[in-house]
Write a protein that binds this ligand. Structure first.
Ligand code: ADP
Ligand code: MG
Length: 299
């Protein structure tokens, strides 16, 4: 397929009208399916809606840093959206805004249609750095979110212990973070993020700095875990193959100030085996993402 003469139907340029894709597809069923459940219809009230958000940061003697400009995204329950973009383009800023740790200067964020909702506490967030507390063992790191939510200790421990099996860390519940490998720490941080059972899960480069084998294993495992839940998930990554292995939809951001340049539906069936990377559809999608990231228009 030519990159220049034809716009593939799964590509939605965000250059002219940032709402064009969501409004066109507002009532049409999405093609993705997670696990054995039927594909959810695109709901009228998304789990997360970011509307025309811009954010800049003041600097003492210099003009402010514009981090993101006019970003709009809708994410439904059951949907896995991946954000890719160059370093410093505002990806973490966008997640912080969705999480309620920062507010946009312009624009709004709503959860389940509620603009005024307190977002902290309703959104699970795995930060770019794992933020495990060194003085707590794996179990009590994992249960931190439940503890903050006021869940009784015994109940929190039971829930974490049960899930730890699926996360492959059951044998390490008494270990301290300093004794764990990078991959294990990531699993603990991820377990801590998913345990409180929130509708919205934000993952900021969750597999960064892992070796290729651990990374592939954890991607498969995350995909399995999320297939069994009905959350709105947003993941940031630098890795376009990872984006296509996991995402129902991939958004490409421009260099700073970050805008959404491109929105790509990933119509690849699940589960996606490792060798999906060799399929022509995958290769084509990867090419579209790489072209957008390198600043070439797909139009
Ligand atoms: P990314 O996650 O895409 O690498 P960030 O969202 O972390 O990018 O940062 C976007 C830009 O905003 C960067 O130039 C960064 O230095 C700046 N920035 C982010 N957070 C702050 C902050 N709290 N104060 C000042 N500048 C910030
Ligand atoms: Mg970041």
């Amino acid at each position: 397929m030519s990159q220049t003469s034809e716009i593939p139907s799964n590509v939605h340029s965000r250059n002219e009208d940032s709402f064009s894709r969501s409004s066109v597809n507002a009532n049409s069923p999405r093609s993705h399916s997670r696990g054995i459940s039927a594909a959810p219809a695109r709901s009228e009230i998304p789990a997360v809606s970011v509307r025309n958000a811009s954010k800049s940061f003041p600097r003492s003697d210099l003009p402010p840093v514009e981090a993101i400009v006019d970003v709009s995204i809708d994410i439904d329950l059951g949907e896995f959206v991946v954000i890719v973009g160059p370093s410093g383009c505002g990806k973490s800023t966008l997640l912080n805004i969705i999480a309620g740790l920062a507010e946009p200067d312009i624009g709004s964020v709503s959860l389940q249609g509620d603009d005024n909702a307190e977002r902290i506490g309703r959104v699970a967030y795995m930060h770019q750095i794992d933020l495990l507390l060194p003085w707590r063992n794996v179990l009590s790191n994992a249960t931190l979110g439940l503890e903050i939510a006021g869940i009784p200790r015994a109940d929190a421990d039971a829930k974490a212990t049960e899930l730890a099996q699926r996360f492959g860390i059951a044998e390490f519940l008494n270990a301290y973070p300093a004794t764990l490998s990078g991959g294990m720490r990531q699993r603990v941080a991820l377990l801590r993020a998913v345990l409180p059972d929130r509708n919205v899960l934000l993952l900021d480069e969750p597999f960064k700095a892992l070796d290729a084998i651990t990374r592939a294993e954890l991607q498969r495992w995350l995909s399995d875990v999320l297939d069994r839940t009905n959350r709105a998930t947003v993941m940031v990554t630098h890795d376009v193959e990872e984006a296509l292995m996991l995402g129902d939809r991939v958004l490409v951001m421009s260099p700073r100030p970050g805008r959404i340049l491109l929105e790509l539906d990933v119509d690849l069936p699940r589960p996606r085996p490792r060798d999906v990377v060799r399929e022509p559809n995958f290769v084509e999608l990867k090419w579209q993402l790489l072209s957008a990231l390198s600043g070439e228009s797909v139009r």
